[in-house]
Write a protein that binds this ligand. Sequence first.
Ligand SMILES: [Zn+2]
Length: 300
Amino acid sequence: MSEDALYRFSFAAAPIRGQWVRLEGTLDALFAGRGYPAPVQSVLAEMLAAVSLAADGIKFRGAVALQARGPGPVTTILAECREQHLLRGLGRWQSDADLDAAGGDVMRLLGEGQMTLSLVSGTEAGADPTTYQGIVSLTNGSLAENLEAYFENSEQLPTRLLLAWDGARVTGLLLQRLPAAPNATEMALEQHGALWQEALVLADSLRAEELARWSVEDLLRRLFHEHALMVQPPRALSFSCTCSRERSATMLQALPKQEILELLEERGTIEVTCEICGARYDYDAFDTHALYAPPGTGVH
Ligand SMILES: [Zn+2]
């Protein structure tokens, strides 16, 4: 299995940066045993590639999450990248027939005109998290085009975003034209503009199956062989859930005690299954009553 990775590169002759990401093992881990229908896998995979790209550019430790809830066949969808390399995600859906009819059209899948992009900083222990939320308007069926417009508006930088899902892995390519140095000459600016236009033409010449199949080396060579590029060492990405026995206990404690005790009576054991990774936390009678023991007393 190839390692999931994100590469960053820049053009030597102009302030243009690029990012390339491919996820495969992360998706295997995320989809294993979850029964996600193909359209849910497709959107979730593209969203995970997108949050990986977005998280790579931020300058703080934290999380980037892209999510939507709507009245469509996909009722909830969430992709998150923490600490710029740990990924998780979740999709809920209600009708397989409607899912198939919607195909890969993100607006029809969600039945909703927007997604939320959140940046949460200060997720390290002891820090006070702050959240910034942006609204990604969905004006067409392509997630990549909607996100491209969002990045272009929110960062005020010309942007091209391509995403390709081939049923097993997802690949993303992002190009951005950065501001020129304040002392850049008129001629330099003209050259930067021409190179940006050329980079766009080259990126747009790429077919989805080429983006999905080519290695990053092949892609950069085939597209930009006439240009000097600086490529940084890759960042490894992987699936990681944040669930734990402690979190499942906190979740149970937040539910009405009477209901929990009735469920225990009926089943003998309470099972809490993580919806993201499928991990199961079992609570027998002893464990369940320990949830309600006054702090510090323990149960003997
Ligand atoms: Zn989990």
